[in-house]
Design a protein around this ligand. Structure first.
Ligand code: IPM
Ligand code: MG
Length: 359
């Protein structure tokens, strides 16, 4: 029997709750398809800081390198927010992205028909939304040097971050974006701020050049401010979007609103040998430990793991269909419920999805 080695980095806040359901769903998939999953848990983020003093222990990184894919929860929380920037829980995630060379982050934002009314936006705006945001994940402001804060004797200070990209970094993420767009509706929107930033001038040049290799994909460029407006004005005009790290971070949160809730958004981080699969929503400290978090983003991330790291496309489709079926049957976690509507908790939602898979 094939057994896949999966590292499970549940992290902080609601991370462990939702990741637990994703694991159960994969186990159910394995049972049905006759394959095994060997899940190995490891520490990251705040949980790792508490246990080892740092957000990304060496053992965790070694485990990830030896695994076929990584199932990730979320990192961070108020408990660790006071730490200096370079020691925060979030550093664990940033370090792992860099270390494993996960330069392409795929974030699908799909408005499921039965959730149209869960979005605060009008039905006429969000209906039919099906966007793939591809965020560059290992460059730009997040990693650029120089960086840091200088304190002056008079009490004032100066802080600097650097937005830097090489043509090679732009080209490789652009290629991923064109390949993805080619398998979708063959339209790619490249986001930049070319009216102000030289980094964006290079970005636009390189993406345009790469585009010549993909004559079947329509390429358009859009300024990031305009894109943020267009996303909530006419989201259906977008198919695949590619953006540098910070722009992609911001736009993908905005796109979450089109899908009804952050609790619905999955992601895949790829590029190096091992892919990392992560719900976009973060740790949600306000609801952590209550068993009410929506596990669907984590479950759909597990579906992306099946699709992109294990090439088990049929199983991935099956998981996505199971999620849709549960939603069609009217089951809702709190974040996607109609006002006053009945809701289920994290575990129950997991049970329902597992049931739909087996049924
Ligand atoms: C994300 C998150 C992270 C980021 C944080 C937790 C470091 O917001 O994955 O979008 O900014 O990349
Ligand atoms: Mg973010």
């Amino acid at each position: 029997m094939t057994t896949y080695r999966i590292a499970v980095l549940a992290g902080d806040g609601i991370g462990p709750e939702v990741t637990g359901e994703a694991v159960r769903v994969l186990e159910a998939v394995g049972k049905r398809s006759g394959v095994g999953f060997a899940f190995t848990p490891a520490l990251i983020g705040g949980a790792a800081i508490d246990a080892t003093g740092g957000p990304l222990p060496k053992e965790t990184l070694e485990l990830c390198r030896a695994s076929q894919a990584i199932l990730f929860g979320a990192v961070g929380g108020p408990k660790w927010d006071h730490l200096p920037q370079e020691q925060k829980a979030e550093r664990g995630l940033l370090a792992i992205r860099k270390d494993l060379d996960l330069f392409a982050n795929l974030r699908p934002a799909v408005c499921f028909p039965m959730l149209v009314d869960a979005s605060p936006l009008k039905r006429s705006v969000v209906e039919g939304t099906d966007i793939m945001v591809i965020r560059e994940l290992t460059g730009g402001l997040y990693y650029g040097e120089p960086r840091g804060i200088e304190q002056f004797a008079d009490g004032s200070a100066r802080a600097v971050n650097t937005m830097v990209y090489t043509s090679g970094e732009i080209e490789r993420v652009a290629r991923v974006a064109f390949e993805v767009a080619r398998k979708r509706r063959r339209k790619l929107t490249s986001v930049d701020k070319a009216n102000v930033l030289v980094v964006s001038t290079l970005w636009r040049e390189v993406v345009t050049r790469v585009g010549r290799d993909y004559p079947d994909v329509t390429l358009e460029h859009i300024l990031v401010d305009n894109c943020s407006m267009a996303l909530v004005q006419r989201p259906t005009q977008f198919d695949t979007i590619v953006a540098e790290n910070t722009f992609g971070d911001i736009l993908s949160d905005e796109a979450a609103i089109l899908a009804g809730s952050m609790g619905m958004l999955a992601s895949a981080s790829m590029g190096g040998k091992v892919g990392l699969y992560e719900p976009v929503h973060g740790t949600a400290p306000d609801i952590a430990g209550q068993g009410v978090a929506n596990p669907i983003a984590a479950v759909l991330s597990a579906a992306m793991l099946l699709r992109y790291s294990l090439d088990r496309v049929d199983d991935a489709d099956r998981v996505e269909r199971a999620v849709r079926r549960v939603l069609e049957n009217g089951h809702r976690t709190r974040d996607i419920a109609e006002p006053g509507g009945k809701t289920v908790g994290t575990r129950e939602m997991g049970d329902l999805i597992v049931g739909a898979l087996e049924g």
